[in-house]
Design a protein around this ligand. Structure first.
Ligand code: PLP
Length: 452
């Protein structure tokens, strides 16, 4: 085996990381994570770190779950790969599609598989345009996303995403993708009640539809809770109003549940937490708890019926659509979530507990606001607590806090000056106590740095 320094040197020589400034990384050296158990990971220096981000929002059942490991091993031995292209199928893919009908929201009985959230959203773009073609309205091409939404890094995924930094690279968005306001009350709506702001933010969708012409709009896509945008929990009025607007104009509603799916918000799917019935659901990450890559699209009756009965060939798919090892792990993962009653654990126990412990952090001089939804949480750091004035971005206060977290055995992600968490669903109250105690300490250390 190698020393940390040797790993770091080889890493910066050859491995191009996603979303990373490589010169800055080379100057510091990557933290090399080598093993994990439960809610903890260990680096090559032996540091034990509470992984409050579940890897990257995905390790819902926690690390080291024997059922998932055994399912993968068994499937690798029996049939490591076969495709679903030649009028062929495999037992794990069939079992997964069948099992998903048990946990999906009502009305979802058809499932298309991919290997990631990005590929799944590309599938959505092609599928909704195909749907409108088939029903004789091919002019319905426009898909509407939201500022600061995140839907992936492929050309369509990055275009649906509303991140200006992504659009600036590579000439995005691709044609016929536009964006509307995000329901970020603390940043955009503090002069109103959250409920009034939720309606106002949703109505930017209707204004956009009328501007474009409803007969040209194919779909709206949104994450129930924006994740990579900073854990932006919408006011309760927001999603029902979005649903009303989509129905009024006949527009398909896509719920991107890559983060919110599989228990994260205290229901199986985030759309259930917010009381909406989408037409399509994007999933990935938590479907296998990240143990192996798998994603897909849950296709509701409205679209499935047309695709199946009128569609003929849908010229779209991936080598790994229905990958048997990934599907076998997903089946084991979903059964484990059911057996451990993790959705109920989030909804009735650790979700409300995280909410109350995060609210306590509001007394901290750096903290302007906190928000949680199930096991997603955000701590908004501000320069002036009373007015909510943000820090000058050049200070990179979020990055300072993130570094303190790592050094103190905690992974929290920084999105601007919002510190965010999404711990494994198996987390206990005692582990949440550890998370919050460490978070408070790191806020103290960050405050000292900011004052210095
Ligand atoms: N959609 C959402 C809501 C996501 O959070 C992500 C990834 O974080 C994606 C899509 C893209 O998924 P992937 O990175 O698996 O391509």
């Amino acid at each position: 085996t190698r020393t940390t320094k040797q790993w770091q040197e080889a890493d910066s020589k050859h491995f191009l990381h996603p979303f990373t400034d490589h010169q800055a990384l080379a100057a510091k050296g990557a933290r090399i994570v080598e093993r994990a158990q439960g809610v903890y990971v260990w680096d090559t220096d032996g540091n034990k770190i509470l992984d409050a981000m579940s890897g990257l929002w995905c390790v819902n059942v926690g690390y080291g779950q024997r059922e998932l490991i055994d399912a993968a091993t068994r499937q690798l031995e029996t049939l490591p790969f076969y495709n679903a292209f030649f009028n062929t199928s495999t037992p794990p893919a069939i079992e997964l599609a069948e099992l998903l009908t048990e946990v999906a929201p009502e009305g979802f009985r058809h499932f298309f598989f991919s290997s990631s959230g990005s590929e799944s959203n590309d599938t959505n773009v092609r599928m909704v345009r195909r749907y409108w073609d088939l029903i004789g309205q091919p002019q319905r091409q426009v898909i509407i996303g939201r500022n600061n939404g995140y839907h992936g890094s492929t050309m369509a995924g990055a275009s649906l995403s509303g991140m200006s930094g992504m659009h600036a690279q590579g000439g995005l968005p691709i044609p016929n993708i536009v964006h509307v306001e995000q329901p970020h009350w603390y940043e955009l709506g503090r002069d109103m009640t959250p409920e009034a702001f939720g309606l106002k933010a949703a109505q930017t969708l209707e204004a956009k539809i009328l501007e474009i012409g409803a007969d040209k709009v194919a779909a709206f896509i949104g994450e129930p809770v924006q994740g990579a945008g900073g854990v932006i929990v919408p006011p309760s009025t927001y999603w029902p109003e979005i649903q009303r607007i989509c129905r009024k104009h006949g527009i398909l509603l896509i719920s991107d549940e890559v983060i919110c799916g599989f228990g994260r918000t205290g229901h199986w799917f985030g759309c259930q937490t917010f009381g909406v019935q989408p037409d399509l659901i994007t999933f990935a990450k938590g479907v296998t708890s990240g143990y192996v890559p798998l994603g897909g699209v849950m296709v509701g009756e409205r679209v499935a019926k047309v695709l199946i009965e009128q569609g003929g060939d849908f010229n779209h798919g991936y080598t790994y659509s229905g990958h048997p090892v990934a599907c076998a792990v997903a089946v084991a993962n979903i059964r484990l979530i059911q057996r451990l009653k993790l959705v109920e654990h989030v909804r009735d126990d650790v979700g409300p507990y995280l909410a109350s412990r995060f609210e306590e952090l509001r007394d901290h001089p750096l903290v302007g606001d906190t928000q949680t939804c199930g096991l997603m949480g955000a701590v908004q750091m501000v320069k002036d607590k009373a007015s909510g004035t943000p820090f000058d971005g050049d200070l990179a206060v979020g990055m300072i806090c993130r570094a303190h977290c790592f050094a103190n055995g905690l992974v929290m992600r920084a999105v601007g000056d919002r510190m965010i968490v999404a711990p494994p669903l198996v987390i206990t109250r005692a582990e949440i106590d550890e998370l919050v105690t460490k978070a408070r300490k790191c806020l103290d250390l960050t405050l000292a740095d900011v004052k210095a």
